[in-house]
Each structure stands twice: as C-alpha cells, then as structure tokens.
Design a protein around this ligand. Structure first.
Ligand SMILES: [Zn+2]
Length: 132
C-alpha cells in the first residue's frame, strides 16, 4: 500500500509535483511521483511504496545488485543522471519562458487598468463640469 509521507528533512507537508513516470529499469507497473518540498526544497518520492511493494522493484536479480555488472550499473546510473539533468534544464527553461510570458501579460493588464482608470477619471471630471 502506498503512503503519503511528510518531508524527511523539515517535516513539512507541503509539496509540488516535479515529475512522474513509470519504472524505466524493470517496467514494473505504477506511476511514481517526485515532489519538491515547498519549505526546504527537498526532492523525494511521494507517495512511497510499502516494503512489500519495494521488494517487487528490487528482486534478487536486480541489476545493480550484481557485482560483476558494476560497469553496466555505472553506465545506467550515468544515463539516469544525464536524463534527470536534461529534464531539469528543459523544465527550467520552460518555466523561465512561462514566467516571462506571464510577467508580460501582467504588465499589459496593469497598463490597461491604468488607462481605464485614467479615462474614467477624465469622464467623471467632464460630467461634473457639464453639471455645473
Ligand atoms: Zn522540507
């Protein structure tokens, strides 16, 4: 049974999903979420698998357990690391672009609001002048 856990570092219960995906190594069923603690920034899997479920993902013949395949294990680790870095760089660029777009939209909206306020003030003065 999967269970939601609090941040292991600061004990907060406030996360945002960074990514989710399948077991790439063994193709075991499941969709696994990486979350980031909004308080301290720790990235961890949540929810987490029970001991029984974990055992299915780490069988006795699990590749990294094989001493004679250390080189392969290292290569797989490097590929995983490179994929993670590439993904984070990609997301960082995407978020940067989205942020710039949102800031531009916010500036445009604020300009529109300022113009509308100015126009309504001019109209109010015109109406008050006409009433006199
Ligand atoms: Zn935390």
């Amino acid at each position: 049974m999967t269970r939601y856990v609090r941040c292991n570092f600061c004990n907060a219960d406030d996360t945002e999903v960074m990514n989710h995906g399948p077991d790439l190594l063994l193709q075991k069923p499941g969709d696994f979420y990486l979350v980031r603690c909004r308080r301290c920034g720790l990235i961890y899997q949540n929810p987490q698998l029970s001991q029984e479920e974990l055992a299915a993902h780490y069988p006795d013949n699990y590749l990294p357990y094989q001493q004679d395949t250390a080189d392969r294990q290292t290569r797989i680790a490097h590929v995983s690391r490179d994929q993670a870095i590439a993904y984070i760089q990609h997301r960082d660029e995407e978020v940067g672009r989205e942020m710039a777009q949102l800031q531009a939209e916010l500036r445009a909206a604020m300009d529109g609001l300022r113009n509308a306020r100015h126009e309504s003030e001019m109209l109010r003065r015109q109406i008050e002048a006409d009433d006199r």
